[in-house]
Design a protein around this ligand. Structure first.
Ligand code: 5GP
Ligand code: SF4
Ligand code: MG
Length: 455
């Protein structure tokens, strides 16, 4: 998911939030929403669909005030339903609150049970609603203190933007697993999942929110409460591999530069003789360029992407996912015919994308396809907000390299090593979560019953 917030008296905060979440669209395409406070009342609009589908000028004109938060949703916990769209707005003892969440709580079910037993009611299946009820539970306290108490109870990952009638808050979990940064636009302060959202509205990047930090913006400006931080950060390495936008900088590292470095590292580790390097656009392109740079094999555009499909067609069902690949990509025969091709992609999850693409390349007349993946095999599920599927669906968790190579139909298949991935990052290795590759979960895992259901 993507979150955005702005405290901007005298500005059109709804419109700025619209552009902010538009820039974060790659972080979630299921639903979009904006909540605005005018100091007394909230107005809220949210719906299923892309930002451009959910909002128009008339709707934005009705969202008047000086503080706004916005959200784009990518479903992890909770299904793809209108009731799960965010921001969530509610009234608690101290007044109105609206909240938008990126991440995933691993003790959501325990918290839900505890809260339900003391009278909380739930409309949706998301863990974001649990945070709302938890804030209400600590409602005798001002918002920043209520949030501090919530942070003690919440296990897992969260980057939050929270709004009251007269405050904007940004909260990052003690592991700093999901990105969150602060910017300034004239006298206004902005909080966003990624710096590309700040750039889009012309705001200046100030800094990242620290792990365990609460930042508060109100009429007195910006202040911060540093609550407990984990001994090491556990920044999601998958943000650099796949999720974040290449023009964003997260905790000091540019995403495009990280992807290129992953590609260069891959070329150092896995050398194959070939005529051209091509990528699976867009997510594999920077790594392919890095591979070309370090190997000396020229990069070419071998697959054309239909820009208007985006990630929208990567839908939750397998049928739609299969169709999605064909709608999205078409090979350029003139580039590929008779060539030995190195095909670079950022990751293999289920293997269906790679299989379809290799098939496509063969039909376009390539002589050899050597698939290079700029991340290690994904062996474990993510419990922290990225939908990399259950273990049963992860091809690398079920099959060895030879079987996967045969399944996708490539002449050879090479993954970057986990060590190589970490080597390509600027931050030290111990500051990353790599749980989907290593099975070592820094922020804990949900509890399961003996039938494998979450409890
Ligand atoms: P596969 O077909 O192996 O399941 O998918 C791999 C492709 O999906 C890669 O091109 C990668 O860029 C993309 N991908 C990786 N992780 C995710 C994810 O969490 N969600 C979506 N929609 N696509 C992903
Ligand atoms: Fe990111 Fe993987 Fe950790 Fe999930 S398990 S937070 S995708 S590194
Ligand atoms: Mg991709």
């Amino acid at each position: 998911c993507g979150v955005f917030g702005i405290y901007g008296p005298g500005m059109n905060v709804a419109e700025l939030t619209y552009f902010g979440i538009y820039a974060l669209q790659h972080r979630g395409q299921e639903s979009a929403g904006i909540a605005v406070s005018d100091g007394k009342n909230f107005s809220l609009h949210k719906n299923m669909g892309l930002v451009a589908e959910v909002f128009n000028e008339d709707i934005l004109a009705k969202l008047r005030g000086h503080i706004a938060i916005g959200h784009v949703r990518y479903s992890t916990t909770g299904s793809s339903l209108p009731v799960n769209a965010q921001p969530l707005a509610f009234r608690y003892l101290q007044g109105m609150v609206a909240l938008a969440h990126n991440g995933n709580l691993v003790n959501a079910n325990q918290l839900r049970q505890t809260l339900a037993s003391t009278g909380s009611v739930f409309q949706s299946t998301t863990d974001s609603e649990i945070i709302v009820n938890l804030i209400a539970h600590y409602g005798q306290n001002p918002i920043e203190e209520a949030i501090m108490k919530c942070m003690i109870d919440m296990k897992g990952t969260y980057s939050l933007v929270v709004m009251t009638e007269n405050k904007l808050l940004g909260v990052r979990d003690p592991y700093g697993n999901r990105p969150l940064c602060i910017g300034q636009l004239d006298d206004a302060y902005v909080i966003a999942s990624e710096s590309c959202a700040l750039d889009t509205i012309g705001a200046r990047f100030l800094r990242d929110v620290n792990p365990g930090e609460i930042v508060i913006v109100d009429e007195n400006g910006l202040r911060s409460i540093q609550t407990m931080a984990a001994p090491h950060q556990a920044l999601c390495i998958f943000e650099f591999i796949y999720l974040a936008r290449p023009d964003s900088c997260i905790d000091g590292q540019n995403v495009n530069a990280a992807r290129r470095a992953l590609g260069r590292q891959l070329a150092r580790e896995k050398k194959v003789d070939a005529d051209i390097v091509i990528s699976v656009p867009d997510s594999g392109t920077a790594a392919a360029m890095g591979y070309a740079e370090a190997s000396g094999i020229p990069f070419q555009e071998g697959l054309m992407k239909n820009r208007y499909v985006g990630r929208t067609f990567i839908q939750p069902t397998q049928e739609l996912r299969d169709l999605g690949v064909r709608l999205k990509l078409n090979p350029i025969r003139q580039v590929l015919e008779g060539k030995r091709v190195i095909l670079v992609d950022d990751s293999i999850v289920r293997g269906t994308t790679s299989k379809k693409i290799v098939e496509m390349l063969r039909k376009a007349g390539v002589k050899e396809v050597h698939m290079m993946v700029s991340s290690a095999p994904i062996l474990y599920p993510c419990y922290y907000g990225i939908d990399t599927s259950a273990r049963s669906e992860l091809i690398a968790a079920q099959h060895d390299l030879e079987e996967i190579t045969r399944y996708i139909g490539a002449d050879s298949l090479h993954y970057l090593s986990l060590e190589g991935m970490l080597e390509a990052m600027e931050k030290p290795a111990e500051d990353f979560c790599v749980a989907c590759f290593s099975g070592n979960y820094p922020a804990g895992i949900p509890r399961f019953d003996d039938r494998g259901k979450y409890i």
